[in-house]
Design a protein around this ligand. Sequence first.
Ligand SMILES: Cc1ncc(COP(=O)(O)O)c(C=O)c1O
Length: 392
Amino acid sequence: MKYDFDKLIDRRGTSTYKHEFSQYYFGSDDILPLWVADMDFETPDFIMDEVIKRANHRVLGYTVPSRTMNNIIAEWIERNHNWKIHTSWIKFMSGVLPSIAVALQTFSSEGDNVIIQSPIYPPFISIPKANKRNVVFNQLKRVGNSYEMDLDDFRKKAKKGASVFIMSNPHNPAGIVWERETLKEVAEICHAYNILVISDEIHCDLVHPGHEHIPFATVSKKAREISITLMAPSKTFNIAGLGVSFCVVPDLKLRKKFYDALNALHIAHSNMFAYIGLMEAFKNGDDWLKQLKIYLRGNFALALDYINRNIPLVKPFDAKASFLLWLDFTDMGLNSKDLRKLMIEEGKIGMNNGADFGPGGEGFQRLNVGAPRTVIEDALRRIEKAVNNRGL
Ligand SMILES: Cc1ncc(COP(=O)(O)O)c(C=O)c1O
């Protein structure tokens, strides 16, 4: 079956995050919102049909996941990421972010250092701060139009003492697929200095054709002993509105401590549609996902080509995963506030502000290309217009 990713769907009037918060985040509703990290594509039929069927049953009482759910998750991970896990390692959660928050509360104390690698998805900064942890930035190193980890700096910061390292694998916002050797070195360092690794792998199913996601816990025995992996079908199948994710913790001691904490809070569950979404996605999603990745790659190709030809002041990063395009506007010589104002007022385009991603993010914007191609073409024209009107 051929899926239609070109179909335009008006999401306004459905309490969509990106529309509801436009006024708050950009000070305007008159923008093309390509910021929040979900996609504008239809959630696939093999999920929708089951959700609708369940709703039509008309009794929305307490519901538990199917007994086969953990098997389906384990099969998906083995099939897609070559990682053989035991079903007892899995725990369902409504979201990756609450799992990060509980892991921080369980494995660190107020005032402890928490290492993150900026520029980074903003909640990696705000969640430790909200929990009164001390955020230590191990800034990524620019290499061409991508980043590498600065492992010397990482080692120094680890040696000074930290309880937790939160890693985005693949990396949001730059779409980096971390290599095995890099992950191995991270494991060596964190093991040596007794640092828990929270490996947020929410974008892992969206690694582009020709690239391979490497789950952190698979790179070595040490990695497996010190890590909590967080995954979800929410980005992959555009079901973030259902509240669906899961944790995988191979190490028995870590697992017991973490899952006891989740149980104590009674939060390791969600709603009936979340369970259906996860099951149907992982049972039936292979072909849809294959086509989606090809479509997304087409969007990246279009954006990179357009920007390189028409907006040479902007440097697009070369993402190898997911649907986020990290754009470097630093050659324009504007501060973050003026750049943001220019994009909103002249371009009427709503992207995430790079400065929110911590040190190294200033002068950048993050464009979501998980939308029909005509929308991306429109976005690119708006960015071009804004850059051309910079002197006005
Ligand atoms: C790296 C990363 N982690 C977590 C999340 C959010 O996860 P959840 O909605 O499951 O809490 C996002 C969403 O953009 C993300 O990019």
